[in-house]
Design a protein around this ligand. Structure first.
Ligand SMILES: Cc1cc2nc3c(=O)[nH]c(=O)nc-3n(C[C@H](O)[C@H](O)[C@H](O)COP(=O)(O)O)c2cc1C
Length: 217
């Protein structure tokens, strides 16, 4: 099994989403040492913004690309090839200003591509990346879960689920890891982290079951 790990947090060693995603991947690697984890750290190597070269190249054959078009399409192709090669994708994705980090939006702008990750279909369009699993580990200060009265603040989970679904990915586990030192003391935050770890353990067990292989002892 091959897992693509995308990091979109700018928090470095202080990042909650990276810590939790890292723990998930370390535990997975321990159970399945032969599985491959490919890391794409969008904070260390930011994706380019799509530009007129990208939109100009979208509907023309590769042989007709200008040098600028070839350059940005090569990045898009590389990212898409990595997605296609992955059986599962783990995304560390903080909430910034109620939605995705710009890094992750820039990434999706490059990978949601006609003919590569979706195609037209009688019903409108059809995603081409079906069968893959996604785990989103999302860190935030606020609590926007159902019942908080702040659900409408959340433009993160709905967008992510929707854009993944457009590419055919519907098996999405989403962990909303809220840590707020202004509202909660250290003990409460530790208990919250343990709860998120428990949720991640459940995802790991589900993935391992689906993999239909026993963990290496
Ligand atoms: C520029 C910026 C914008 C943020 N906007 C929000 C927000 O809209 N809602 C929220 O709950 N937290 C917001 N936060 C807090 C982060 O989501 C929080 O610090 C989270 O832990 C960051 O993820 P990380 O720890 O993985 O780096 C924001 C933080 C930054 C730096």
């Amino acid at each position: 099994m091959s897992i693509l790990y995308l990091n979109a947090s700018l928090g470095g060693e202080h990042s909650h989403s990276q810590r939790l995603a890292g723990e998930f991947l370390a535990a997975w690697q321990q159970d399945f040492p032969n599985d491959q984890i490919i890391s794409r750290n969008l904070a260390d190597n930011p994706p380019p913004f799509i530009n007129s070269a990208f939109t100009g190249a979208l509907y023309k054959p590769q042989a007709d690309y200008t040098p600028e078009e070839a350059e940005i399409m090569a990045v898009s192709d590389q990212y898409i090839d990595e997605l296609i090669a992955a059986d599962a994708i783990v995304i560390a994705a903080p909430v910034y200003n109620f939605t995705l980090p710009t890094l992750l939006k820039a990434y999706f702008d490059l990978v949601v591509r006609f003919g590569r990750t979706f195609e037209s279909a009688p019903e409108g369009s059809r995603g081409l990346l079906g069968g893959r699993k996604v785990l989103v580990v999302s860190a935030r200060l606020g609590d926007y879960r159902k019942g908080t009265g702040r659900e409408h603040f959340d433009h993160h989970e709905p967008y992510l689920r929707f854009v993944l679904e457009r590419m055919g990915i519907t098996d999405v586990s989403y962990i909303a890891a809220s840590q707020n030192p202004m509202l909660h003391d250290e003990a409460t935050r530790q208990a919250q982290m343990n709860q998120y770890r428990e949720e991640l353990n459940q995802v790991r067990q589900t993935w391992a079951k689906a993999r239909q292989l026993q963990p290496v002892a």
